[in-house]
Design a protein around this ligand. Structure first.
Ligand code: ATP
Ligand code: LTN
Length: 331
């Protein structure tokens, strides 16, 4: 850990009610894989989640559940740092500084801001607007080389790169300019009920999303109910967004190419295909569900992991923050 020669990875996920199959295939699965080769830091970004109103008791519970689920998904505290964002005060502090190097126009163009302000017109708060600045602070604080995220976060990462380059341009080399790391398939898992929209945690239609902790039978049922397209062939095509989405999920879970999948289901109907995808996802998630129950039941172990993670993260973050403050003239 904190090996000077290894490249640094950072990513975060919001503790807003469990993770979807999209979160897993698009981002979290890679978090585990990258640990072999990189120096990895992963965070439950609680401060980001309060841009939408949360119930205090539920939020408190979900922060811990999210950490346990990350461990169950393969984040290894022996090799990586896992911590709660709000436990490391440097995130909020650097976020303020970086906000002074981010333009109103840039933040106004963020599609997630536009989408979320449309969804919650009663609470278009300042935090929702400056959300990408806090995300930039998360990433830049650790001199991150690589950020494993889903395709929907590309625009935010681009902004973080622009902020880093701008700051470096004014004050000299201060922050590493990070690159994104996206999966080859399933970087954008779509809703099972509307394959033109992203599978989203916050979707009210429970049939539209697979949650990692869904009951095994329910997982298969949801896939059987998934919206497919006209015709009956199992083929990836732009005019077949429903089937293409299921093929991407199946490909991401099995490693099979689209051609192999088309051959496997040649002459079979949507029903057979949807059942096969459902059963594959169910079987893939089973060990995660089992490990989750174990991690969540040992409170002391979980607290220990998060405490030690926050200490290590804080040490690294304080070095970058001090450097930025010196460059600006605050120190
Ligand atoms: P919400 O639905 O409330 O917007 P979310 O599902 O996008 O939340 P986040 O915590 O914002 O969840 O995202 C965590 C990670 O999961 C990010 O790297 C994001 O890119 C990725 N991700 C989210 N949804 C998908 C999806 N449908 N397909 C692939 N990756 C996704
Ligand atoms: N905005 C991200 C979550 C996030 C993040 C980060 C991801 C917050 N900070 C830093 C990567 C790196 C999202 O998925 N909605």
């Amino acid at each position: 850990m904190a090996d000077e020669n290894k490249k640094r990875v950072f990513s975060g996920i919001q503790p807003t009610g469990g993770f979807t199959l999209g979160n897993y295939l698009g981002a979290v699965r890679n978090w585990g894989v990258l640990q072999d080769e990189y120096d990895c830091i992963y965070s439950v970004v609680d401060l980001h989640s309060i841009t939408v109103r949360q119930d205090p008791a539920t939020l408190r519970r979900q922060i811990r559940e999210s950490a346990a689920l990350l461990l169950a998904c393969g984040v290894d505290p022996e090799r990586s740092i896992l911590f709660i964002q709000g436990d490391v005060h440097q995130h909020a502090e650097l976020s303020w500084i970086l906000g002074c190097y981010t333009q109103f126009g840039e933040l106004s163009r963020m599609t997630q801001f536009k989408d979320k302000s449309q969804k919650h017109p009663e609470n278009v708060n300042g935090g929702l607007f400056t959300y990408p600045v806090l995300m930039a602070a998360d990433i830049l604080l650790y001199q991150t080389d690589l950020v494993p995220i889903g395709a929907d976060q590309k625009q935010h990462l681009e902004l973080a790169r622009n902020i880093a380059e701008r700051f470096n341009g004014v004050y000299g080399q201060t922050f590493v300019v990070p690159d994104g790391y996206f999966p080859k398939v399933a970087a954008r898992v779509m809703s099972l009920q509307d394959p033109t929209a992203k599978m989203s945690k916050s979707d009210e239609n429970t049939n539209a999303k697979i949650m990692l902790l869904d009951d095994p039978d329910l997982i298969v049922k949801k896939f059987r109910r998934a919206v497919t397209d006209s015709g009956s062939e199992i083929r990836a095509a732009e005019y077949k967004p429903g089937v293409t989405n299921l093929m991407s999920i199946y490909s991401a879970c099995t490693g099979k190419t689209f051609e192999e999948i088309e051959r496997e289901f040649d002459g079979k109907g949507y029903g057979d295909f949807k059942t096969a995808v459902g059963e594959t996802v169910r079987d893939m998630l089973k060990p995660i569900q089992e490990r989750y129950a174990v991690y969540l039941s040992d409170k002391e172990q979980l607290n220990g992991i998060l405490k030690s993670g926050a200490e290590k993260a804080s040490y690294l973050a304080s070095k970058t923050l001090a450097k930025a403050r010196r460059k600006i003239g605050l120190d």
